[in-house]
Design a protein around this ligand. Structure first.
Ligand code: KG4
Ligand code: ZN
Length: 333
C-alpha cells in the first residue's frame, strides 16, 4: 500500500517459492490457484499493517501484465471487483514499468530522464524513462532473460529452485575467476544469455564429479559473466558510440550519453536482488551517475511498486474505464 509522495505504507509479499520448488519451476495452474487463495488475506494484512481503513483508500492499482495469464486474470478481476464494489477508480499498470518506478520509494523526488535496467525472470530490458513520461526500450534480450539464465544455470549445477538466490548464495564461497565464461553480446544494446548457459553445461559435462568447491567456483564464475554482460550494456548506453549506431541524445538535463540525457540510473527486477550485481554496479556505475537499486524486497515482484505505478499513471492518463483485460505480453506501458 502506498500513499502520496509516493510513500511506502505497507508491502506484504507472499512468496510461492515453496509451492513450486518440488517441480523445479513455476507451475502456471498452481500459481493461479495460489493467487486466488492468498490475494484477499494479503490485502487485508496490507491494510492492517498500514493502519488504514477501507474508507481511506482513494484508488486501486492492479497489474495488467506482463506475466502468467492465469495469475493476471485473478488480479485484474479482483482489482476491478474491489474498485466497483467500493466506487473507486482503478488503474491497470505494467509490472515492468513498476520495476523502474519502485525507485521512487527510495527517492520520491526522482524524475525522468532516467536510464533503467529491468532484469527479471522473463525480461532483460534496457530502457530510457523519458522526460515526457514515456518509457522507450533501447535494448532487450535476444534469447533468455537474465533471471532465466540464473534459473537454468542453477538447474545445470543441481541447485534447488528458485535458481537465482541459490547461485547468489553459493557463489559467495566461490572464485569468480575460476572459469572464464564467454561474455555474450548481441548487436546494438541487446543481450544474449544462451551462449553462457551452454558454456556452463559443457563445463559441468566435462567433469566426472564436481566437488562442493568446484560447484561454488562454477556458480561464482557464471554469475560474474551474467553481471558483467548486464553492466557492459549499461555502460554502452552511457558512453557515446564511435560508430554512431545508437539514437542521438534527447534534449534534457544531465549527462548526455549515447542514448540520451539522464542523471540517474535505476536497476530493478528480481535479479537486482543479486548481491554481486549490486556490488559491481555500484563500483562500475556509481561514479557515472546517481545509481538507485531499490531495497531487495522492492526488486522482486511486489505490490508496493504497483501502487507507485498506479499513482504515476493516474496522474498521466487518469483511471482506466472498466472492464479491462489482462495482457500477458504487455510491454512497459
Ligand atoms: O521480477 P521477478 O521477481 O519476477 C518476474 O517478473 O519474473 O524476478 C524473478 C527472477 C527469477 O528468475 C529469480 O531467480 C531472480 O529473479 N532472482 C535472482 C535473485 N533473486 C531473485 N537472481 C539472481 N540473484 C538473486 N539473488
Ligand atoms: Zn517482475
Amino acid at each position: 500500500m502506498v500513499g502520496d509522495g509516493p510513500r511506502l505504507l505497507s508491502n506484504v509479499i507472499r512468496s510461492q517459492d515453496a509451492l513450486h520448488a518440488p517441480y523445479g519451476g513455476v507451475v502456471p495452474e498452481l500459481a493461479a490457484r495460489a493467487h486466488l487463495q492468498t490475494l484477499v488475506p494479503v490485502i487485508e494484512r496490507a491494510l492492517e499493517e498500514a493502519g488504514t481503513r477501507w474508507e481511506q483508500i482513494d484508488a486501486v492499482g492492479v497489474t495488467r501484465g506482463p506475466g502468467l495469464i492465469g495469475c493476471l486474470l485473478v488480479g485484474v478481476n479482483l482489482g476491478q471487483a474491489i474498485a466497483w464494489a467500493r466506487g473507486l477508480p482503478v488503474i491497470g499498470v505494467s509490472h515492468l514499468a513498476a520495476h523502474v518506478y519502485a525507485a521512487l520509494l527510495e527517492d520520491e523526488q526522482l524524475r525522468p530522464p532516467v536510464l533503467g535496467l529491468v532484469v527479471s525472470g522473463g525480461h532483460s530490458d534496457l530502457i530510457r524513462w523519458q522526460a515526457n513520461g514515456e518509457i522507450a526500450v533501447i535494448g532487450r534480450t535476444r534469447d533468455d532473460a537474465a533471471g532465466e539464465a540464473f534459473d537454468k544455470g542453477a538447474r545445470i549445477l543441481g541447485l534447488p529452485f528458485p535458481g537465482g538466490p541459490a547461485i547468489d548464495k553459493l557463489a559467495a564461497s566461490g572464485d569468480p575467476k575460476a572459469v572464464a565464461f564467454p561474455r555474450p553480446r548481441a548487436p546494438g544494446l541487446d543481450f544474449s544469455f544462451s551462449g553462457v548457459k551452454t558454456a556452463l553445461l559443457y563445463e559441468v559435462r566435462k567433469r566426472k564429479t564436481i566437488s562442493e568447491q568446484e560447484r561454488a567456483d562454477l556458480a561464482a564464475s557464471y554469475q560474474e559473466a551474467i553481471v558483467d554482460a548486464l553492466l557492459q550494456r549499461v555502460e554502452a548506453a552511457i558512453f557515446p558510440s564511435p560508430s554512431g549506431q545508437f539514437p542521438p541524445p534527447l534534449a534534457g538535463e544531465g549527462r548526455v550519453g549515447a542514448v540520451g540525457s539522464w542523471q540517474t540510473i535505476v536497476i530493478g527486477g528480481g535479479v537486482a536482488r543479486n548481491r554481486r550485481l549490486r556490488e559491481v554496479a555500484q563500483a562500475r556505475l556509481g561514479h557515472l551517475a546517481r545509481l538507485i537499486i531499490p531495497a531487495p524486497e522492492l526488486c522482486t515482484d511486489n505490490a508496493a511498486m504497483i501502487g507507485v505505478a498506479a499513482l504515476i499513471e493516474w496522474d498521466r492518463r487518469g483511471p482506466d474505464p472498466a472492464p479491462f483485460d489482462a495482457d500477458p505480453s504487455l510491454g512497459f506501458g
